[in-house]
Design a binder for this molecule. Sequence first.
Ligand SMILES: NC(=O)c1ccc[n+]([C@@H]2O[C@H](COP(=O)([O-])OP(=O)(O)OC[C@H]3O[C@@H](n4cnc5c(N)ncnc54)[C@H](O)[C@@H]3O)[C@@H](O)[C@H]2O)c1
Length: 363
Amino acid sequence: MDTHQLGPTLVKTFPSTYGDIYLGDVREGLNTIIEAFSPSSLIVVADTHTHHFCFPLLEGLPDTSVIIIEAGEPHKTIESCEKIWSSLLASGTDRSSLLLNLGGGMICDLGGFAAACYKRGIRFGHIPTSLLAMTDAAIGGKTGINHQDFKNLVGRFEFPVLTWVDPVFLKTLPEKEVLTGLAEVVKHAIIGSAELLDILMQTKSVAQLPWEEVIAHSIRVKQRVVESDPFEKGVRKTLNFGHTLGHAFESHFLLTDHPLSHGQAVTLGMMAELQIALALGILKNEEFERIIALIMRWLPPSEVNLPSLKTVAGWLEGDKKRSGGKVGFSLPDQIGSCQWDVHVEPHQIEHSLNWLAAHLRDV
Ligand SMILES: NC(=O)c1ccc[n+]([C@@H]2O[C@H](COP(=O)([O-])OP(=O)(O)OC[C@H]3O[C@@H](n4cnc5c(N)ncnc54)[C@H](O)[C@@H]3O)[C@@H](O)[C@H]2O)c1
């Protein structure tokens, strides 16, 4: 990470072959960066919420057209893409234009995909507005849309030319969404940054979190992993920690009267997978205890009726078919480091489910 004087502000920069990331005051430096790309036109894609809350903070952008998509995951679809493509056509967007995605992970994924396909690809940038997008979705070049019941079924690896992160947007982000993002931040600390874990350990409440520092550490973890394995052949799979069982939990509870948020499901997934790492002798007990204490403090899970091993195995089998291979687990071996493609036997999953159920009863 470097620091950079852009106009009156000092901005943190994360130079990358896959598009530079800037962390700082969006009102000061963004225009300078945009000018450097000399776009023939500028288009902002936002959702209804980010248009209302975040677009007004982009003061002084050059002449810009805005495309507004309904907020929410159900709108990450081909129909929304068509709306974007029609608007781009109507406003005369050409291959020298620059499209900026102003939103959470939904808009970054959707707008990035729409830009990557329009006229065989126009340049795009991300201005992530949710914590999850700032630390995760906007970094790493995955773009895409959902199709039928499958998340991100259609998509491309396509990298933005710039990503501008400003924690100011968090001021209007609903608390539930902050917690979802925090689950990914905690995951990044566990798999890649003992320093970030220490900051989280030492901070008492969300209100006291040093956001800029927390986001910078989290970006660094994701960026480091992506740079060494952009197309997910190896180490990038460590980002799946907590998500193997987390997806099974999320899918299961979606069919009940008590669906879990993505963050809640990943939290339970991380806890169960940590227990597997402990049982396999991959993770030492003292580190296990330390991480579980951190999770209980930042993301305390409520008691839920966990699905049976049979149900979980069914969802894992579905994942396996979709990915065309085996389901390998990503398991931390110490704070700040993680293994991937670990084979886990069904009885070990069952043991972790029993441990998690007992742990949730005790809190
Ligand atoms: N590409 C990747 O690598 C990657 C990684 C993780 C997740 N994702 C994707 O990200 C999506 C989830 O992202 P998300 O959690 O940001 O959801 P989201 O984009 O749907 O945002 C959540 C809600 O917060 C609102 N919002 C966002 N920023 C706001 C702000 N500053 N003020 C007020 N409201 C605001 C949104 O309008 C929405 O209602 C999923 O589609 C997931 O598949 C992608």
